[in-house]
Design a binder for this molecule. Structure first.
Ligand code: ADP
Ligand code: ASP
Ligand code: MG
Length: 455
């Protein structure tokens, strides 16, 4: 069995879904478990609906709900114009899901209160809409497809918007549900991103979480491969939206891919790699717009060559600088500091320390007010905003002669704030002013990947 995950752009409209279904058809002999995201931009729309409901803006929410319904009804008609009964079935499902969502959003509007729990219900609707339509469209094209509800399989804790998966529960549930759904069918389909607590309360895995859903399912069924179908030719030497002349990386290790994703490369959700590593399942990153392309395969490290693979970045990070003379010659100071981060669930990316100072970087999406308040109880704390983090990633790069010189040579005019080289020998990261980031990433990419004498 294989898992095939299709992201938002691969299921954006009739043309994209038709292409996606023909890719799936080609893989039927490998018994695919298909995982789909919401149609492109639909999750953003659902966030807006949730936010407008929270401020009791009924006019705006009902307009947005109408947009949601009409886009999906229109899509069902486009996809199944030749199959009235499947089209009817898909439209009935869309109307049902949209009616339920409308009532739920109406209740949120009345209360003017939006809990994380309610938000998870609203934002997971996109995946139910897409998976129902695509399931009907596959059946309409002669691919007998069984439907599975991810909430019965992907079990998480009670962090409603970023559920932490319970691997044991997932391993216990997925194989039985998949084999039951396969009875009499050629393929099965489910929703990415969507999950639930053990008691069945809806949760989600966080933005971009469909990749993670795919690898959790792959782990649970011992898949022979996990395929992430997206809108670029594989994992590239940098984000092609920012940098010109990027190259496709043919093979990359689990560790390298995990570091890239963790340090900003949006092509994979940062936690996608972990479930696959445990079972040593290869992950392929492929382009649904160019299915013949080779894409990238992510494998065990011993099958991968040393060397620089990519430049990633996080555009908007915060640097928290902690100063205290109490740190000098004392033990336990770091423990006290990091306990505060841990208790407040703020995750730290880079750390650098000197005699009386610790600097850490955190993603700007995290809420740091409590951390700053608690640290200020015993240290001076300054938060630098408008900073970006750049990471050069590759297996054993720290063994490469001249890496620092090669990385920093093109940045002679750029102020560099923190430099951190992970003990994993996989990444070299540093902080720059946000205004300089794009230029710095382009310069480094040019120097490392477009300059033959440097490779
Ligand atoms: P999907 O909707 O299929 O999940 P995403 O938008 O989440 O797609 O991820 C694909 C995007 O990731 C690409 O369009 C590309 O702009 C971006 N990206 C960032 N870094 C990289 C990289 N190193 N290689 C490839 N794509 C990257
Ligand atoms: N639809 C969700 C999002 O946009 C999950 C995903 O696409 O991976 O974040
Ligand atoms: Mg994605």
């Amino acid at each position: 069995m294989i898992v095939m995950k299709f992201g938002g752009t691969s299921v954006a409209d009739c043309q994209a879904i038709t292409r996606t279904i023909s890719i799936i058809r080609g893989k039927l002999p490998q018994k695919p478990v298909v995982v789909v995201s919401a149609l492109s931009k639909v999750t953003d729309l659902l966030y807006r609906i949730a936010d407008q409901a929270a401020v009791r803006n009924r006019m705006e929410t009902s307009e947005l709900l109408d947009q949601l319904r009409s886009r999906h009804i229109g899509l069902a008609h486009d996809l199944m114009s030749d199959s009235p009964s499947f089209c009817h079935q898909a439209c009935a499902k869309v109307n049902d899901i949209c009616d339920n969502l409308g009532s739920f959003v109406g209740a949120v509007c009345s209360l003017g209160e939006l809990s994380d729990r309610s938000k998870a219900i609203i934002i997971s609707t996109g995946e139910y809409l897409s998976s129902n339509i695509i399931c009907c469209a596959m059946n309409a094209r002669g691919i007998r497809t069984g439907f599975m509800d991810a909430r019965r399989m992907i079990i998480t804790d009670r962090d409603f918007l970023k559920g932490e998966p319970d691997s044991d529960a997932i391993k216990a549930k997925v194989p039985g549900i998949v084999s039951a759904a396969y009875e009499g069918n050629d393929a099965v389909i489910t929703q990415g991103f969507v999950s639930a607590t053990a008691e069945g309360e809806p949760t989600v895995l966080g933005r971009g979480g469909s990749d993670y859903s795919a690898s959790l399912i792959g782990m649970a069924i011992d898949a022979s491969a996990i395929e992430i179908w997206t809108d670029v030719d594989g994992v590239r030497t940098a984000d092609p939206r920012k940098v010109e002349n990027t190259k496709c990386i043919e093979r990359i290790s689990f560790e390298e891919a995990a570091e890239m994703a963790h340090f900003g490369a949006k092509v994979l959700h940062p936690l996608t790699i972990e479930p696959a590593v445990n079972k040593n399942i290869p992950i392929y990153v492929l382009n649904s717009m160019n299915p013949e392309g080779k894409g990238t395969v992510i494998l065990q490290s011993n099958m991968i060559d040393d060397g620089v693979k990519s430049v990633s970045f996080k555009e908007n990070i915060l640097v928290i600088n902690i100063f205290s003379t109490k740190m000098i010659n004392t033990s336990g100071f770091l423990k006290k500091v990091f306990e505060i981060f841990s208790v407040n669930k703020v995750s730290v990316d880079l750390i650098s320390t000197s005699e009386a100072n610790i600097s850490v970087t955190v993603d700007s999406s995290q809420k740091i007010d409590r951390v700053v308040e608690e640290l200020s109880g015993f240290a001076d704390v300054y938060v630098d905003r408008n900073k970006s983090q750049i990471s050069v990633i590759g297996k054993n790069i720290t063994n490469l002669k001249g890496l620092l010189q090669k990385t920093f040579a093109p940045l002679s005019d750029c102020k560099i704030y923190m430099i951190s080289q992970g003990a994993s020998y996989v990444n070299l990261s540093f902080v720059v002013d946000r205004d300089n980031m794009t230029d710095a990433v382009r310069q480094i990419h040019k120097y490392l990947f477009e300059n033959e004498s440097c490779n």
